[in-house]
Design a protein around this ligand. Sequence first.
Ligand SMILES: N[C@H](CCC[C@H](N)C(=O)O)C(=O)O
Length: 278
Amino acid sequence: MHYSKYHALGNDYLVLDPKDCPELPSENDIRTICHRNFGLGSDGILYGPIETDNADFGLRILNPDGSEAEKSGNGLRIFARYLRDTGRVTTASFTVETLGGIVSCEVNKDASSITVEMGKVSFEAAVIPVNEIEGEVVDKEIELEGTTYRMYAATIGNPHCVLPMEEISSKTAHTLGPIIENHPLFPNRTNVQFLKIIDDHTIQIEIWERGAGYTLASGSSSSAAGAVARRMGCVGPDITVNMPGGQIQLHIDDDFSVRMTGPATRVGSFELDMEALG
Ligand SMILES: N[C@H](CCC[C@H](N)C(=O)O)C(=O)O
């Protein structure tokens, strides 16, 4: 089975094209394919382009645990690059439909940079969704392992919980990330970001992804954390997001519409032997 592999600042995805695989693999096979030892290894699978009447292309986004995500910022940049690389697109900009809504993508001339209009961030508990809280999930308390933290929650199609902190680390992400991901407050689970404000146009985040765990970068996490920093009044509309894997540039309007710009790097093409699926 043919796969194209790309990464976006170290957040890697396998692109599986319906022309090579008419059916989406089972959840169990997705777990094996994404496994770093028993499969090709990846932070997820992008299944597309799929036919849709609502946009130029359709895309399904699968996490390595087999769950399906409503949106992926890095995944969308990679998919936009794949469409350009495979000659599916001749125009600079085009639309892609995901479970989390329709986005517009623009690939620059040499495909070194891709911009995605990610949509509008909402802090509304009913939309994210978040249990036990009415209205916006802004500057609330969450108790974890006996310590109380300030937290924000947001959606940009997929759910995010953001904890602003003076100091952040991979250790914190590995310790608190899984607890929050699976916290009863989040009926659909959640992605988690630990947010450090650097200055009025720069933030730094550590990421624990729903269904994927610790990742080096995340476009939807950047968008959610950037929107929270904006909501906190700590940054202006143009933000650089520093992550372990590199930087994403955001423009966030006053209505929390997010435009994300960053790279997508081709790694190679791979054939998965059916033997790997047992
Ligand atoms: N794990 C995420 C999807 C991938 C998000 C991330 N890789 C990005 O670039 O946005 C979720 O279940 O919502």
